[in-house]
Design a protein around this ligand. Structure first.
Ligand code: NAD
Length: 440
């Protein structure tokens, strides 16, 4: 493990490498453009073969399905569902399904490609996929959600499978939705197929430790970054945006490691206490009150202020495009650990780089979830289940290895951690394409 600090090598910026006319930081809002901007930049640095470049730029499959269901009031409503498989060169497509009104094909394409890079960064034998249904789950009953899930699964039956495409939970989907997918697929197959989805309840073949895995991965990566930068654990101040599965778990685990969580936020607002927030207390408060707002023993602050607090570590774990050109310059943290997918726009990358902020990019920072999903798939296929210590030990090993693999690419090419993660991932996927050759 290297003790070299980030300041020992000057990080080359996009402009240094590509010249002033070829700035890859293009679009602030479109997630597909934002992903492609980083991909193009990393591909150029790798001098990627033009043929493989073209293959990796396109998703393998983009499927749009209509999902008609009967509403509880007897009426019929047709929803739109997407599933995109970006690349399966290294193994079956892997990626979550989200139920959200903001789902678009462009967003699903970006998220599917991110999954390809994420699985390659942590070196697990999966490709990338993603899916979504355009709906507002808050306006749907449980039985309506079940009908949407089952009809969407049936529409994708030919695509899904343990060897081809394996969904998982994402925004507004959970263990229960995964159980419905597993059951629907199994009914069509005429036998139980647990390995067709991950993130299932433990009773149905889910893995111990899956629920906490993404937040745990963030904690492990943050500890590695602190070690790399020569910063202590004890007393290091943290702010976390988003207090759901990823944010709350990361906050709890970072606190257990001796860091001081001074601010947290959710969709209802942010709270701050310079002496430290009782993360357990905030979790209990949300369990009872649903939202963070009104949480006692901390001062309510405007949500935007969380990003500009005097902290050492910032964990954006809520939504895309949280860190933009508008607020990047005001960030004072030394480390940003991207718990969410795509929390930093391509435009903000340059500003963070100029400020010398050490960014643990999403495709590394939040890969703990898909890593334990891989463990779940392995356990389902073996029919032999591990205890939680085994899961935690193996997750530690995979995350630490991935962190140092990315760091060594960053040093070798004098680039930041995000571009290094893309370079590592693209090279791993490209290597498989070269070995497999082209079937024609
Ligand atoms: P979640 O629904 O459990 O939690 C989301 C949290 O963000 C909630 O506390 C919500 O109130 C808060 N939030 C929403 N909008 C906000 C805003 N504008 N400002 C502040 N807080 C806001 O979701 P999650 O599973 O924790 O996922 C969070 C992010 O992490 C998403 O980008 C997701 O794609 C990514 N991610 C999740 C996993 C996983 O295993 N759950 C894995 C990889 C990446």
């Amino acid at each position: 493990m290297s003790e070299t600090t980030e300041t020992e090598h000057a990080v080359r910026t996009a402009k240094d490498i590509l010249g002033p006319d070829k700035d890859p930081h293009l679009d602030e809002d479109n997630p597909f453009e934002a992903m492609m901007a980083r991909f193009d930049y990393a591909a150029e640095l790798l001098e990627l073969d033009p043929g493989i470049y073209q293959v990796l730029r396109q998703p393998e499959k983009q499927i749009i399905v209509s999902v008609p269901i009967q509403r509880d009031n007897g009426g019929l409503e047709v929803f739109t569902g997407y599933r995109v498989v970006h690349n399966t060169a290294r193994g079956p497509g892997k990626g979550g399904i989200r139920f959200d009104l903001r789902v678009t094909l462009d967003e699903v394409k970006a998220l599917a490609a991110w999954m390809t890079w994420k699985c390659a960064v942590v070196n697990i034998p999966f490709g990338g996929a993603k899916g979504g249904v355009v709906c507002d789950p808050t306006t749907l009953s449980i039985s309506e959600l079940e009908r949407i899930t089952r009809r969407y699964t049936a529409a994708l039956f030919d695509l899904l499978g343990p060897e081809s495409d394996i969904p998982a939970p994402d925004v507004n989907t959970n263990e229960r939705v995964m159980a419905w997918i597993m059951d629907t697929y199994s009914m069509h197959k005429r036998h139980t197929v647990t390995a067709v989805v991950t993130g299932k309840p433990v009773e149905l073949g889910g893995s111990r430790g899956r629920r906490e895995a993404t937040g745990r991965g963030c904690m492990i990566a943050t500890k590695e970054a602190l070690k790399h930068l020569g910063l202590p654990l004890r007393g290091t101040k943290v702010a976390v945006q988003g207090f759901g599965n990823v944010g709350a778990t990361a906050a709890l685990l970072l606190k257990q490691e001796g860091l001081t969580v001074v601010a947290v936020s959710d969709v209802s607002g942010a709270v701050y206490n310079p002496n430290g927030i009782s993360v357990e207390g905030a979790v209990d408060w949300i369990r009872e009150q649903r939202y963070l707002s009104g949480y006692p023993n901390a001062e309510a602050i405007p949500s935007d202020e969380l990003f500009t607090l005097d902290v050492d570590v910032l964990v954006p774990a809520a939504v895309e495009n949280a860190i933009t050109r508008k607020n990047a310059d005001d960030i004072r943290a030394k480390i940003i650990c991207e718990g969410a997918n795509g929390p930093t726009t391509a435009g903000a990358d340059r500003i963070l780089e100029d400020k010398g902020i050490f960014v643990i990019p999403d495709i590394l920072a939040n890969a703990g979830g898909v890593t334990v999903s891989y463990f779940e798939w392995v356990q389902d296929r073996m029919g032999y289940f591990w205890d939680e210590n085994m899961v935690v030990d193996r997750l530690n090993g995979v995350t630490q290895q991935a962190f140092h693999d990315v760091l060594s690419v960053a040093k070798r090419h004098s680039v930041n951690m995000r571009i290094a993660a893309y370079m590592l991932a693209i090279e791993r996927v490209a290597a498989v394409h070269r070995l497999r050759g082209l079937y024609a």
